[in-house]
Design a protein around this ligand. Structure first.
Ligand code: GLN
Length: 216
């Protein structure tokens, strides 16, 4: 029997339950993370096969990550190669640089594991939220995607692979990206009935584990 993957979902704020349900539907075991789970430099998170950062409000989540002493351990897991998937606010937390809707740089707590600059609330008030189907490289040509006050990637480094783009206020912009084990989307696959994006993430987690990946 194939042993099921164990995924840690950050549960400080936002749409963490939806990720949990989706991952469980895909056969993974899920633990919600609200505080350090151990005394190691990875705060006990090193036992997971992958981590998920949900959508929500990125400044609140960043502040809570600092308060709960989870920011450094999460970063250390990502730097050690553990797969980390962030949706929407989770994407913002993963990016190296963050800007506001007008392009001004914002200094908010974040992991900075993804070599990209992201613009928060990039679609403006009129098109605050919408749904569409996207061609996502490596996943499928018709992935259901829900955008809610979504960020857009403004620029990204050479190691970042763009899996999907949408036409937005800044032209055709990346909305799904991958940099090795780091996966991020502007949209929320966890709010749909489409399991394929989470299955894709679990596939990355399984490959990492079977290649002997561990935090050390
Ligand atoms: N607008 C939110 C932020 O900037 C993200 C929205 C979301 O996660 N749905 O943090």
């Amino acid at each position: 029997m194939v042993e099921s993957l164990h995924i840690g979902v950050l549960a400080l704020q936002g749409a963490f339950r939806e990720h949990r349900l989706m991952l469980e539907k895909c056969g993974a075991k899920v633990t919600e993370i609200r505080r350090p789970l151990g005394d190691s430099p990875w705060a006990g998170l090193e036992s997971f096969d992958g981590l998920v950062l949900p959508g929500g409000e990125s400044t609140t989540m960043g502040r809570l990550l600092v308060e709960e002493k989870l920011l450094e351990p999460l970063r250390a897991c990502g730097l050690a190669g553990m797969p980390v998937y962030g949706s929407c606010a989770g994407l913002i937390l993963l990016c190296r640089e963050v800007e506001g809707p007008d392009g001004d740089s914002l200094d908010q707590p974040r992991l900075g594991l993804l070599d990209a600059r992201v613009r928060r609330n990039a679609f403006g008030r009129q098109v605050d939220s919408f749904e569409t189907r996207l061609d996502v490289g490596g996943v499928a040509g018709d992935v259901e995607a829900v955008f809610i006050r979504a960020p857009l990637i403004v620029s990204c480094g050479p190691e970042v692979e763009v899996l999907s783009r949408v036409e937005g206020p800044l032209g055709l912009s990346p909305v799904a990206v991958r940099q090795n084990g780091i996966l991020a989307t502007s949209f929320h696959p966890e709010l749909t009935s489409d399991k394929r994006f989470h299955e894709f993430f679990l596939h990355i987690c399984r490959s990492w584990r079977s290649a002997g990946g561990r935090c050390a």
